[in-house]
Design a protein around this ligand. Sequence first.
Ligand SMILES: Nc1nc2c(ncn2[C@@H]2O[C@H](COP(=O)(O)OP(=O)(O)OP(=O)(O)O)[C@@H](O)[C@H]2O)c(=O)[nH]1
Ligand SMILES: [Mg+2]
Length: 377
Amino acid sequence: MAATRLGRRIGTAAKEELRSKKKAWRDSFMAAASRAVAERIPMADLIVHVRDARIPLSSQCDILANNSRSSPKQIIALNKMDLAATSSLKAWMEYFRERNCISCGVNAHNKDSIKQLLSLIQRQVSELRGTDQCDNNYTATVMLIGISNVGKSALTNALHQVGRISAAEKGKLKHATVSPEPGETKDIRSFKIGSHPNIYVLDTPAILSPKVPSVDVLSKLILTGAIGDCLVRRKEVAQYFLAVHNSSEQYKKWAKLSTSDNDRLFLNGTTECFLTSSGLHMKQKNKIPTDHTQDCIVQDVRRTLFETISSFEGDLRCEDEMEALIARQFTALQEAFRISIECEEEAHDKVAGKLLNLFRTGRLGHYILDHLPRNIQ
Ligand SMILES: Nc1nc2c(ncn2[C@@H]2O[C@H](COP(=O)(O)OP(=O)(O)OP(=O)(O)O)[C@@H](O)[C@H]2O)c(=O)[nH]1
Ligand SMILES: [Mg+2]
């Protein structure tokens, strides 16, 4: 498949870059942070192993495998479920259930979803408490661990907020810093999420294995943003995204956005006219970028993706033809993103950055990049 080949290309480039930096990688704060987190694991009552729902296996953190004997009970939280394809996510939950793992899909930005995770944590704590049920001073520590950018800090904040409100706790809320850049959290911090029993969550720094992951895993970590774009050129990452997108059915949802070129007239810089079966429609375009302009851009990008794929006559199973479509899409997307830079390399880099941002914030469809192991598909 072309998507696999493009993925491997960026994975291989990233692996080379990492090999050349291996010493720096090992000595980086990640290594120190991993040691600090590993030391705390046996002291926790419960571990919430946060993963990215788009890559349920590739985002697993192998520190637990290395500590399995001394590890406390574990919940696998597939966060960012709002970005993942719902039907595939169900199959993944079934996969974990069959392996006797406690798992749940979660969206850190959704209160109901956080309430469900909180009650799952409370049930597990209650089971751990066993005969201590009447002890009012019982305190449980829940450690959120995971690789970078999976949403540990966002979950911590949401659990802290929801947990304190439901426990009617007063006082100032604390905040863990959340950022789209990986590697934001540098220290372990504790946040209260419940009373009677007292439950604290520990937000922790990201853990990446000192062993460089496989090429396939690396490419998915880069595409989802778990590893920064600094290891490979953004254009190559965006080409990989387009190959994944073009091989999926996502674009079909955007058919209704399409208008043929003949029906679309541009009167001047501020007014756009559409001729449809029900007459002429005029739409004012703002010159100053606003949220509305952002929405128009997203719609134009979706329409461009739909039109380029549906009008393409080549065979997308053939890698060269997929690459030809992607090259065509880069040119068409330049207009959709309103990029008027002359230098092609610079313009394509801008297109790539904007396209990846839309994908990573869920505005270009829902995906799960990992494939279920064959025997249970
Ligand atoms: N769409 C979506 N975005 C999320 C979700 N959870 C977190 N994010 C976003 O993902 C990015 C990373 O979130 P963080 O909470 O900083 O991730 P982290 O695991 O703490 O990252 P490090 O501290 O770097 O290890 C931020 O831009 C969040 O807004 C979610 O459930 N859905
Ligand atoms: Mg963090």
